[in-house]
Ligand binder design. Structure first.
Ligand SMILES: Cc1cc2nc3c(=O)[nH]c(=O)nc-3n(C[C@H](O)[C@H](O)[C@H](O)COP(=O)(O)OP(=O)(O)OC[C@H]3O[C@@H](n4cnc5c(N)ncnc54)[C@H](O)[C@@H]3O)c2cc1C
Length: 479
């Protein structure tokens, strides 16, 4: 998605653009796969901030509805706290507050106050973090960003803020996980972790017609309409550099021969670790990743929603294991995506595809994923069974596992980290590297390891930022 967005924006700036992709289709983690008649979305599943996709089509003078349609989900998530009856959280804000009033009456005013405060702050992101990259420390003195930071107490840790606002275990469990999507632990300072739940409630959670995979397909169609050239099965094996300048790339042709392609600018939309490591990156600790299991099942559960969350009673221990001791949680919180609830075409009749996702630290030696992945798999299967979803071996058509080494190997994510480096290697502990390579001229960066961060909407912006910088530099060198 970062590469597709970069290609579209670079083309809009007037560059001749060639997109090189190692696989036989575009979309990366957001591309769909078919297994035994099941249509799987094995990567992102929670769609928010769809207006940021709309912005891409608008910039190209097109209407998104010609390419891509979204529908707002009525149920934000089915939440099941161990030992309690499941709860369907409505996607609409007031209805959600009404449901919370019944189960956590003591915390509803806090949720309301949080939402009100962020209502007054969220628009500042459109003028700061969503508008441009921060190239150096002093750029962070941006008035819109400062104003945003000061709307919440920027000196208190996220966990302290959550604990002060909410006493209900369900709300704490729900909120604790969000900093990991920004590569941070819940000990990080500042309000960034509140933004995803805020956007989920304020702007809605959406499904795309045709599944998540419809998003990169729509971007590819727009890119082709604009004249971007695509080359698939074209793995870039190295950059072609002269002194401190990038001259192009080398790709490994199918025959095994090396092919050199020259370019005025290169946008690297894979983790820089793969082709142009950032200074010191080899030794950086990874931040967070996912461990996933995907099952095709010959049975259904009518109670499943599109998004489902299982929270074991001792969830606090699980968060300590992830954030403090950097272990695979003994009893993980499991997010379960059941796409057939909103998109019946995604599973054959009478079947379900169930996608279990658990937040875990990236690939660190002590986690020993290669030898322990089946032990970890058992932990996830145990929790899914505890949540009431069990099946006989005869009902299981397939199981598909992804873990941090898988993302490192297939997509080039540094030690499997989906959210870039850990806090130590970020500007103010918040912002990853900007979208211009710090050492190599003519090289621009997009994707989840750089600004503004990971997740589909953010990597879409990262592609735009990289193309904008390339265009700005090209203009400067001409004048
Ligand atoms: C299980 C899971 C759940 C997630 N859930 C969500 C969610 O609910 N919502 C959300 O918004 N985000 C979610 N994310 C994060 C989101 O998927 C990513 O941030 C986003 O898809 C990353 O896009 P990208 O373009 O930066 O990278 P990628 O999707 O990894 O794309 C990189 C592309 O580069 C190609 N490539 C790599 N190396 C080379 C090379 N040498 N030469 C040529 N091509 C190469 C790859 O084949 C790939 O196509 C999730 C991620 C995962 C894995």
């Amino acid at each position: 998605m970062a590469g597709l967005s970069a290609a579209i924006h670079a083309r809009l700036h007037g560059f001749e653009v060639m997109l090189l992709e190692q696989r036989s289709e575009a979309g990366g983690k957001a591309a769909g796969i078919e297994v035994e008649g099941f249509q799987l979305d094995p990567g992102p599943s929670i769609l928010i901030l769809t207006r940021l996709y709309e912005q891409v089509f608008r910039r190209a003078g097109r209407s998104m509805s010609e390419f891509l349609k979204f529908r707002r989900l009525e149920v934000l998530s089915r939440i099941q706290f161990e030992g309690q009856p499941p709860l369907n959280l409505p996607g609409e804000r007031q209805a959600c507050l009404d449901v919370l009033r019944a189960v956590a009456p003591q915390d509803v005013d806090s949720v309301q106050r949080l939402m009100d405060r962020l209502d007054g702050a969220a628009h500042l992101l459109d003028r700061s973090v969503f508008a441009r990259p921060y190239l150096e420390q002093r750029d962070l003195l941006d008035p819109a960003l400062m104003k945003f930071g000061l709307k919440m107490n920027p000196f208190r840790t996220y966990k302290a803020a959550v604990d002060q606002m909410f006493t209900s275990p369900m709300l704490r469990a729900f909120f604790y996980g969000f900093p990991s999507y920004g590569g941070q632990s819940y000990h990080a300072k500042g309000p960034a972790g509140f933004m995803i739940p805020y956007f989920m409630l304020a702007d809605g959670v959406w499904v795309a017609e045709g599944g998540v995979r419809a998003i990169p397909r729509a971007f590819e169609k727009l890119a082709r309409d604009l004249g971007v050239e695509f080359r698939f099965q074209a793995p870039v094996s190295q950059l072609w550099t002269e002194a401190d300048r990038v001259r192009g790339v080398c790709i490994q042709a199918e025959s095994g021969a090396m092919e050199k392609l020259d370019a005025n600018a290169v946008i690297c939309a894979v983790d820089p670790a793969r082709l142009a490591p950032l200074p010191g990156q080899e030794t950086w600790k990874p931040s967070y990743s996912y461990f996933t299991l995907h099952w095709g099942l010959r049975r259904t559960w009518p109670e499943l929603e599109h998004h489902n969350l299982w929270i074991p009673q001792n969830f606090s221990d699980g968060f300590r294991e992830i954030y403090d001791s950097r272990q695979f949680p003994s009893r993980p919180i499991v997010y379960l995506n059941a796409t057939a609830a909103a998109d019946p075409e995604s599973a054959p009749p009478g079947c379900t595809n169930l996608f279990a996702v658990v937040t875990v630290p990236g690939d660190e030696p002590h986690l020993d994923y290669p030898n322990r992945r089946f032990e970890y798999r058992e932990r996830v299967r145990h929790e899914v069974a505890q949540a009431g979803f069990e099946w006989s071996p005869g009902e299981e058509v397939f199981e598909r596992l992804q873990d941090p080494p898988f993302f490192a190997e297939r997509d080039g994510n540094h030690r499997g980290s989906l959210y870039g480096p850990d806090e130590k290697h970020r500007l103010w502990g918040l912002f990853p590297q900007s979208n211009r390579h710090p050492k190599l001229r003519g090289l621009y960066l997009a994707g989840g390891a750089v600004q503004p961060g990971a997740g589909l909407p953010m990597v879409t912006l990262s592609g735009q930022f990289a193309a904008d910088l390339a265009a700005r530099d090209a203009q400067r060198s001409q004048s």
